[in-house]
Structures are given as C-alpha cells and as structure tokens.
Design a protein around this ligand. Sequence first.
Ligand code: SF4
Length: 105
Amino acid sequence: MTAAAQDCKLPPKVARPVIDPHRCEGAGDCEEVCPYGVFSVRKLTKDELKSLPLKPWLKVLVHGGSQAFVVNGDACHACGRCVTACPEKAIRLTRLAATEQTRDA
Ligand code: SF4
C-alpha cells in the first residue's frame, strides 16, 4: 500500500474539495500535495476575473492572476493534504449527497 493510499479516509466520489475564490492566491500547494491530480492552477480568464468582487480581484492580480481549480474532483479520497497545505485556508472538503454519488457512478 502506498503512503497516499494509507492516508485515504474515503473511497473516491464520496467527498470533494471546494476552493474559496475569495481566499485562493494560486500558490499551488494543493496541486503539489494531492496524490490524485485533483487540482490545476492556471490564470483566470477575463470573464472569471470580472466575476470576482473587488477585494479578491485585487488579491488575484497581486499574486500573478492565477488560482487553483478542481479539475478531477471525482478522484478525491479525502486525505486532507490539500486542506492542511493551503497557506490561505482556502480549501474545505465537502461530502457529496447520496444523489450526487450515484449520479457519477
Ligand atoms: S483531500 Fe485534497 S489532497 Fe487529498 S485526495 Fe482529496 S483533493 Fe487530493
């Protein structure tokens, strides 16, 4: 069993991370620590930037215009590494409702 598998608390498709766009600065720690490739950090599009309120908009621009996105949420095993690694405390794990779990199955 790998170290990543030992940390797994749940099977996939039971929980997934949620990123607070008001906090994320695109540091990339989540992308680095996740053993399942759940995150991708990229530059925001003009439309995504426009959708942010003033304070997070300024924060994103000051930190290079990038944020983290959940691109493979079904692979999350709820190990919690991303939650611990994020310096801005921008990530929380949420348990999917039973209907969401079966929809993806
Ligand atoms: S809890 Fe975070 S680090 Fe762990 S598998 Fe899920 S997304 Fe990846």
